[in-house]
Design a protein around this ligand. Structure first.
Ligand code: 13P
Ligand code: SF4
Length: 349
């Protein structure tokens, strides 16, 4: 006999699963054959390759796979772009990813389905204010997350992504450095707790990851007691405290594949389910509820800016150009230095 609490939890799960986001997305993959064919032809004509983030819709990720492009996290997208022989990179993701591609490949044409796809971390870290903040700590090393504008990168000593941030901060701690960290306060706090670094944090946050709530996840776990909880470190401290694995997008996909659990509650953008399910075909992946009991939306964990990348805009930009990344050469040079420092670090670690 189920208790009232268990019945409530089951209702929550059934409602939650009824969203069937992934199934809808995969249907779109099949419904869009003609447009996809046209895009494939345009990619060839433009000597272009498609570089997509895990958070874009499945239809975009599948197209990148089918055309020899790449589906990856922000670090790997940057690496792939630099190694590609294509003269045009079409970056499906958010604007900082297109800008990173341009900074690393100034000779290439960088197109995006739309330049309106931004990021709450980028918006929440205006370059002038951030520079002022840094100026108040003149003896600190400035480390910024890749989710920033080119101007913020240009003010930094290091640019990192969530996949490598911990190692870089450990390296700086070994050198006794104090650190200005920006803009994601949650990732900053997580790294600070892990490393014991002397860090001051810019108060930015991701509007998607901040929505996950412990209460809703506990309810889901009552129905799936064996489920492992996977959490991206842009989430709150409370979320991190209940996680079985905290990691970047690539690290979470690896965890779903390698951990022995059959069920996973995934607290990151639902776009990741496409690659995560490929990596772990026999596992059951559950979207982490974004709010607790009584809320109207229990499953809206999709970045509104990542969602702007669609086939129509992709076809449009390949046909007419338009959404191209341009950066002033001096700014580009300044922003390349902290990024290059990261790649040099990776090469020797
Ligand atoms: P990754 O660096 O793991 O790709 O994440 C980027 C991002 O925007 C997370 O919200
Ligand atoms: Fe930015 Fe969050 Fe969207 Fe990632 S999920 S691009 S951090 S708003």
């Amino acid at each position: 006999m189920l208790t009232q609490k268990q019945i409530a939890a089951r209702v929550l799960v059934q409602e939650h699963l009824a969203h069937k986001h992934l199934r809808t997305q995969l249907q779109q993959v099949d419904n869009s054959k003609v447009t996809k064919q046209r895009i494939k032809k345009l990619l060839k004509q433009n000597n272009a390759t498609l570089v997509a983030h895990y958070y874009t819709d499945a239809v975009i990720q599948k197209l990148a796979e089918e055309t020899g492009g790449c589906v990856a996290d922000s670090l790997e997208m940057a690496r792939f772009g630099s190694q590609s022989t294509a003269s045009t990179l079409v970056v499906a993701g958010v604007k900082f990813m297109g800008e990173t591609a341009k900074i690393l490949n100034p000779e290439k044409r960088i197109l995006m389905p739309t330049l309106d796809a931004t990021c709450s971390l980028d918006i929440g870290c205006p370059p002038k204010e951030f520079a002022k903040f840094c100026d108040t700590y003149p003896d600190h090393v400035v480390v910024v997350y890749a989710n920033t504008s080119t101007a913020v990168k240009a003010r930094a000593d290091w640019v990192v992504t969530s996949g490598i941030a911990l190692q870089v901060i450990e390296h700086l701690v070994d050198q006794d450095k104090s650190i200005v960290w920006g803009p994601d306060q949650h990732l900053g706090r997580y790294i600070n707790e892990k490393t014991g670094a002397n860090m001051v944090l810019w108060p930015g946050s991701c509007i998607v990851h901040e929505e996950f709530k412990v209460h809703g996840i506990n309810q889901l776990r009552e129905v799936y007691p064996d489920a492992a909880i996977l959490v991206h470190p842009e989430s709150s401290a409370a979320m991190v405290s209940i996680a079985d694995c905290v990691g970047s997008t690539t690290q979470l996909i690896k965890a779903a594949k390698e951990m022995p659990n059959q069920h996973f509650i995934v607290a990151t953008d639902r776009g990741i389910f496409y690659k995560m399910q490929q990596a772990a075909p026999n596992k059951v992946l559950l979207e982490a509820p974004t709010r607790g009991h009584g809320a109207t939306c229990r499953s809206c964990a999709h970045c509104p800016w990542m969602a702007m990348n669609d086939l129509q805009k992709l076809e449009q930009v390949l046909t007419h150009g338009g959404s191209e990344i341009h950066i002033a050469p001096d700014l580009l040079d300044s922003a390349r230095k902290p990024l290059q420092r990261l790649f040099d670090f990776i090469a020797c670690h």
